[in-house]
Design a protein around this ligand. Structure first.
Ligand SMILES: Cc1cc2nc3c(=O)[nH]c(=O)nc-3n(C[C@H](O)[C@H](O)[C@H](O)COP(=O)(O)OP(=O)(O)OC[C@H]3O[C@@H](n4cnc5c(N)ncnc54)[C@H](O)[C@@H]3O)c2cc1C
Length: 294
């Protein structure tokens, strides 16, 4: 929707159709009904602006108070064969001249700010799963003049002239496993006949080849002393290299958390027994997050 508002420059009416409860998608800030103090930026923790156009958007987000600038020191961590965790030098930051922003107060604010940059109104249709994307034929030319989006019971959700799809869900074979039937964009492309567009076919083929892997994400909130230890590590983004084999049942997270609980600089905590590691890791945990799929 942000891309649509920017492209339209306020000259078109933009509608956001989203199955979730708010903007942000995988970059959204998650909350829990059980405790309103808990907010976790679930996906991309920072937004990285590099191009001139991007920097223009960054300036507008800062001016609107939707975001603030941050620096994100990056380090490489090595988990050695002996289980020791060591800092191993500084990682080169992103591209030269990159500008890093986080939403203020949450990543959702940044996403909402992006939607407002185009200047035009955006109709938000939350809680709508698009199950079918049907081309609307131009009466004479045989081409396509628009698109009709239908919901899970076949009901019409919205009709539009142009369709911008974000994420791969509507086009990826995983759709078939989750919802059954062909992915809606693949079905739409098949039905285009002589109005088909080779660029769409190429894009769908590439998306179809993307591998999807279920990932468990632990979201944790720390308070007090444990939070201070996490806050004192000299990086916000780490690339972790593991030198021991994956068949070693002890998890990397156990090791990192246990190391952090003992030495703020994450320098070699040494190998401890598994139970000890886990207790140390969870000692300061306020609440563990629910498993999520990426
Ligand atoms: C746990 C996690 C950690 C991550 N960490 C990082 C990181 O550190 N750095 C980084 O750069 N990136 C990270 N990412 C990835 C980043 O969040 C995503 O790449 C980015 O948000 C993708 O944006 P998008 O707009 O392309 O897709 P999405 O954010 O997936 O947006 C697609 C939207 O479409 C909606 N949707 C899908 N199908 C339908 C349908 N049929 N009907 C209606 N709505 C639908 C979805 O609900 C979603 O809101 C992470 C992602 C996850 C999940």
């Amino acid at each position: 929707a942000a891309a649509a508002t920017a492209a339209a420059g306020g000259a078109a009416r933009v509608t956001l159709v989203e199955v979730g409860r708010g903007v942000g998608g995988r970059a959204a800030t998650r909350r829990t009904r059980e405790d309103e103090r808990i907010m976790v930026s679930h996906g991309a923790p920072v937004a990285d602006f590099r191009t001139e156009a991007g920097k223009g958007a960054a300036a507008a987000l800062l001016a609107a108070g939707a975001a603030r600038e941050v620096s994100t020191p990056r380090r490489r961590l090595v988990v050695g064969a002996d289980g020791r965790v060591a800092l191993d030098g500084e990682l080169a930051g992103g591209a030269a001249g990159e500008q890093l922003l986080v939403g203020d107060p949450t990543m959702n604010s940044l996403c909402e700010g992006l939607l407002k940059l185009g200047g035009g109104p955006v109709d938000m249709l939350f809680g709508n799963l698009v199950r079918d994307v049907a081309p609307i034929r131009a009466p004479d030319a045989g081409g396509v003049k628009g698109w009709l989006l239908r919901g899970k019971h076949g009901e019409d959700i919205a009709e539009c002239d142009w369709l911008i799809v974000s994420g791969a869900t509507l086009a990826h074979p995983r759709w078939t496993q989750v919802y059954g039937g062909a992915p809606p964009l693949v079905a739409a492309a098949r039905g285009l006949g002589d109005a088909s567009d080779p660029r769409l076919d190429v894009a769908l083929e590439k998306i179809g080849k993307m591998q999807a892997k279920a990932v468990q994400v632990a979201m944790m909130v720390f308070t007090g002393e444990a939070a201070e230890r996490w806050a004192s590590v000299p990086f916000t983004i780490a690339e972790v290299r593991v030198l021991f084999s994956e068949s070693d049942a002890c998890s990397i997270l156990d090791r990192l958390l246990a190391s952090s609980a003992h030495t703020p600089t994450l320098k070699g905590s040494g190998r401890r027994r598994r139970g000890e590691d886990r207790r140390a890791a969870q000692g300061g945990a306020y609440r563990r997050g629910r498993p999520q799929h990426a």
